[in-house]
Write a protein that binds this ligand. Structure first.
Ligand code: NAD
Length: 483
């Protein structure tokens, strides 16, 4: 492992400030998706050990919530500074276990760390209210209090940022956390724990558990001491966790799948829009919940747009994320390649046209070459499903009303993109879209100050912004009478 600080490469779980192996000695190998090489092993914990981590977090709660707010803020800022100082090692770990190109991994460290800084500051602003009283001789108001232990279950596509976006908010609110990272990418999570410890975050406040995903998640969802569940991942697993959390009536936040429409109006420069669409589609090899999944182009500029899109995507380089000049790394595993292949086959069998994408050029087993389909229709999987691969599908439309209907024709409602210079069209379409986030004439929309999240079956709640910390706070109302 080529890291400058080898203590960042941990092959244990982290519970109550201790590096821990599995009680039954069960382990899981973690592989590099680009090469198939085994990077290391992590323990698979038993259910009792997961409950032990919750117990540790529960015991740490009194101390952590009781710290002066500036002390909590300082420790989070120390964590932020350590993330920045170890950017290169964290990025290397991420590229090794996730596959994304190194520059993207460095960008994720920056992005992920920025949430820790944002929420460190936000911890100072969890104000309650004074309420003008309707009861004689009384004072009314609210306090904001941390909900308690939070379970954070995260995916493999952004192994660092999906943890810090949640943990930054939870820790700032005063809640200890039990993190369950994806089995594919545990090492980044464990490096975060190592740096949290160095930052002075006390034992029991930041725990990382590993194990069989269904078992670990069920234990966390059903434990009455876990007061909040924050999950990022697929919609089917999100539904399951929501059901499992019902028995203990937890606070649940879900950041689930997306099926983003990318709408291109008739009035835009087709080249500008095509370059933006390529950026929005192929980031993280298409394994991004914000990826442009359905590209809807007005008939007036459709052909020019397709030509520019194809030209730009032909220039994309696919390879090992550690090599320089690589734009797309591998998919996370072979199942993802099989799914992408099935999606392309389904589209072709239903009449789509393959404009670009020769899989014989793929540099390895887990790689999928950027692929462009035109003539995509609503019956095709590439339209209906979040394809989570570098398969782009383009559909031609004729009017604003038609494209609004097309864009909303999905169970998902995370993000949407709109390219048009017409102010009336911007407002009309933006307001009609059933999405939690809409980016207009840009593809860069995320960051700490914004409320990230979806509607419909893309989730519940928001991460980031002033809303993000609220997911981990209770509002306590008080009424003091007899005054
Ligand atoms: P996933 O749902 O398979 O896994 C997410 C987490 O749940 C992992 O920790 C995994 O180990 C665990 N898990 C998997 N199966 C489980 C089960 N049966 N029971 C309990 N836990 C289980 O998702 P993924 O493949 O890791 O990530 C991709 C998905 O995440 C995509 O749908 C993507 O859109 C979504 N995502 C959403 C956002 C967002 O902010 N909305 C961000 C990133 C990714």
């Amino acid at each position: 492992m080529k890291l400058s600080d080898l203590r960042l490469f941990r092959q244990y779980a982290y519970i109550d400030g201790k590096w821990t192996h599995g009680d039954a000695g069960r382990e899981q190998a973690v592989t590099n998706p680009a090469t198939g090489e085994v990077l290391g092993h992590v323990p698979l914990l038993e259910a009792e050990q997961i409950r032990g981590a919750v117990g540790a977090a529960d015991r740490a709660f009194v101390h952590w919530r009781g710290l002066r707010v500036d002390e909590r803020c300082d420790r989070l800022l120390a964590w932020y500074n350590l993330l920045q100082a170890h950017r290169e090692d964290l990025a290397t770990l991420m590229t090794l276990e996730q596959g994304k190109p190194l520059p993207d991994a460095r960008g994720e460290v920056e992005y992920g760390a920025s949430f820790v800084r944002w929420f460190a500051e936000e911890s100072k602003r969890t104000f309650g209210q004074t309420i003008p009283s309707h009861i004689p001789n009384s004072t009314l108001g609210t306090l904001k209090e941390p909900v308690g232990v939070a379970a954070l279950i995260t995916p493999w596509n952004f192994p660092l940022a999906m943890i810090t976006r949640k943990a930054g908010a939870a820790l700032a609110a005063g809640c200890p956390v039990v993190v369950k990272p994806a089995g594919e990418t545990p090492f980044t999570a464990l490096a975060l724990a190592e740096l949290a410890e160095r930052a002075g975050i006390p034992a029991g406040v930041f725990n990382v558990v590993l194990g069989d995903a269904p078992t670990v998640s069920e234990v966390l969802c059903k434990d009455t001491r876990v007061m909040a569940l924050s999950f990022t991942g697929s919609t089917p697993v999100g539904r399951l966790l929501l059901e499992q959390s019902a028995s203990t009536v937890k606070r649940v936040s879900l950041e689930l799948g997306g099926n983003a429409p990318f709408i291109v109006g008739p009035d835009v420069d087709p080249k500008e829009a095509a370059l933006a669409a390529v950026a929005a589609k192929f980031q993280t090899a298409g394994q991004d919940c914000l990826a442009a999944n359905r590209i809807l182009v007005h008939e007036d500029i459709h052909d020019a747009f397709v030509a520019h899109f194809a030209e730009r995507m032909k220039a994309l380089t696919v390879g090992n994320g550690l090599d320089s000049e690589v734009d797309l790394g591998p998919l996370i595993h072979e199942r993802a390649v099989e799914k992408a292949t099935a999606i392309v086959d389904d589209a072709l069998s239903r009449g789509a046209t393959l404009v670009h994408g020769d899989q014989s050029q793929a540099p390895g087993r887990n790689f999928f070459m950027p692929t462009l389909l035109t003539g995509v229709t609503a019956e095709m999987q590439v339209w209906r499903e979040e394809n989570f691969s570098p398969v782009a599908g383009i559909t031609r439309y004729r009017s604003d009303d038609e494209v609004i209907e097309m864009a909303n024709d999905t169970e998902y409602g995370l993000s949407a993109y709109l390219y048009t210079y017409d102010v009336r069209r911007i407002w009309k379409i933006m307001r009609a879209l059933k999405n939690g986030m809409v980016a207009v004439n840009t593809v860069k929309m995320t960051g700490p100050p914004i409320p990230f999240g979806g509607v419909k079956q893309s989730g519940l709640g928001r991460e980031g912004g002033t809303a993000g910390i609220e997911e981990f706070l209770e509002t306590k109302y008080y009424c003091i009478g007899g005054l």
